[in-house]
Design a protein around this ligand. Structure first.
Ligand code: ADP
Length: 446
């Protein structure tokens, strides 16, 4: 097994990876920006290397600084976490060229899935259903032509998109030009490629994704689905498994479809296939070739430690179990808690004066925060994930109310009050929500 792993990330995910390594007897190296010198994962790691100034582009995205840190500390492998360099095929390639294992899939697989048009081709080859869509759009005229063929409303998306950026909706021909120009500009700014394409805009879908694990020997299992339809600005807010919208037959079908597709392309490591689900039909959206923020709800119901599996797979181990060995127990929900004003969503960095995380049966909190910690203003505003597990959905909802109530975070505003409101809504309690529900309801939440 690896002796030493470098964690190329920050925040709760860096801590999550550190924990998995520790439990496997692996030493850890933290890399951090100047703004993160006091971060919890830096304090806990065996070694720590400062890789640059606060700005991500100068530190967490600075490939050569990270590779230098890895070489100096003599690590066997690098775990990229999520975000930052986790889906950067060039980085994965650089890591391998330096004789270091990349904890994730092969660079070619990252490259293919990072291109949404190529990912759609892959989906067609594997027989996965996809949303009707276009090829790359040359100009506004091409966009208009495709929109007529596909039928309004349409969504224009960045080919290299991610994190919900570079997507614009057009309901009619009058809106197409602005949507096209805006999507291009946003794509250029976020991904330095302004290539865009178009998809049919589904009006009331749910976002349902399937977690898979694949080793280097062609063994593939799926770990069930996650329903991530509670979103704001295309970003997930609350996730749950199993999805309240699927029956057992649909659940098994989509799991099996995902498993076969992953096997067909010889994918290795953990990955997630994202689908939209509307009127009983699934439509493949994309595959994320990395650990997901919401992975703990899958861990709760399947009992599988996904980060541990990523480490084992990267080290050449076999899965050692088959689909039949995976048994799902109960239900789990995750709330992403952000340091933001719960009404305006303006980020609220600052010093945490008091911190008390909830505990008890079925409650997990993944967070880098401690009392006295100062949240730097340079990064994502998510400061904690609250994951609640139990036998029934009703029981989990009661437990979630209790855990949110117990949470004490003083010094900054957080989205805890928003979560409390969401889970008290009748539609949420009944599991009757689609990807637009939160934004449509948010103003009226009491
Ligand atoms: P990203 O890679 O930026 O996360 P995705 O393609 O995964 O982008 O889409 C993110 C979210 O945007 C989805 O969960 C969904 O809410 C919305 N979305 C994307 N494509 C469509 C579509 N064709 N119709 C309706 N909503 C969509």
């Amino acid at each position: 097994m690896f002796e030493k792993v470098l964690i190329a990330n920050r925040g709760e995910v860096a801590l999550r990876i550190h924990r998995a390594c520790r439990e496997m007897g692996i030493k850890t190296v933290a890399v951090h920006s100047e703004a993160d010198a006091n971060a919890m994962h830096v304090r806990l790691a065996d070694e720590a290397v400062c890789i640059g100034p606060a700005r991500s582009s100068d530190s967490y995205l600075n490939k050569s600084a990270i590779i230098s840190a890895a070489t100096i500390t003599g690590v066997d492998a690098i775990h990229p976490g999520y975000g930052f360099l986790s889906e950067d095929a060039d980085f994965a390639e650089m890591v391998e060229e330096h004789g270091i294992a990349f904890i994730g899939p092969k660079p070619e697989q990252i490259r293919m899935m990072g291109d949404k048009l190529k990912a759609r081709e892959f989906a067609i080859q594997c027989g996965l259903p996809i949303v009707p869509g276009s090829e790359a759009l040359e100009d506004v005229e091409a966009a208009k032509k495709w929109a007529l063929q596909i039928g309004y409303p349409v969504i224009i998306k960045a080919k290299a998109g991610g994190g919900g950026k570079g997507m614009k909706i057009a309901h009619n021909e009058q809106e197409i030009e602005t949507a096209y120009m805006m999507a291009r500009a946003e794509a250029k700014a976020s991904f330095s490629s302004d290539e865009v394409y178009m998809e049919k805009y589904l009006q009331h879908p749910r976002h349902i994704e399937v977690q898979v694990l694949a080793d280097s020997y062609g063994n593939v299992v799926h770990l069930g689905e996650r329903d991530c339809s509670i979103q704001r600005q295309n970003q997930k807010v609350i996730e749950e498994t199993p999805s309240p919208a699927l029956n057992q037959k649909q659940r098994q079908e989509i799991g099996e479809i995902a498993r076969k597709a992953v096997k067909q392309i010889g994918y290795v490591s953990a990955g997630t296939l994202e689908f939209l689900f509307e009127d009983g039909e699934f439509y493949f959206l994309e595959m994320n070739t990395r650990l997901q923020v919401e992975h703990p709800i899958t861990e709760a119901v399947s009992g599988v430690d996904i980060v541990r599996e990523q480490l084992r797979i990267a080290d050449g181990a076999k899965l050692g179990y088959t689909q039949d060995d995976i048994v799902f127990q109960g239900c789990a929900i995750e709330c992403r808690i952000n340091a933001e004003d719960p009404e305006t969503f303006v980020p609220n960095a600052g010093k945490i004066t008091e911190w008390h995380a909830p505990g008890g049966l079925g409650v997990r909190v993944d967070s880098e925060i401690y009392s006295g910690y100062r949240i730097p203003p340079f990064y994502d505003s998510m400061i904690a994930k609250l994951i609640v597990h139990g036998r029934t959905r009703n029981g989990v909802l009661m437990r979630l109310h209790r855990a949110l109530e117990e949470f004490v975070i003083d010094g900054v505003k957080t989205t805890i009050p928003l979560h409390q409101k969401i889970i008290a809504q009748p539609e949420y309690i009944d599991g009757l929500y689609d990807i637009h529900w939160l934004e449509d309801t948010i103003r009226n939440l009491k």
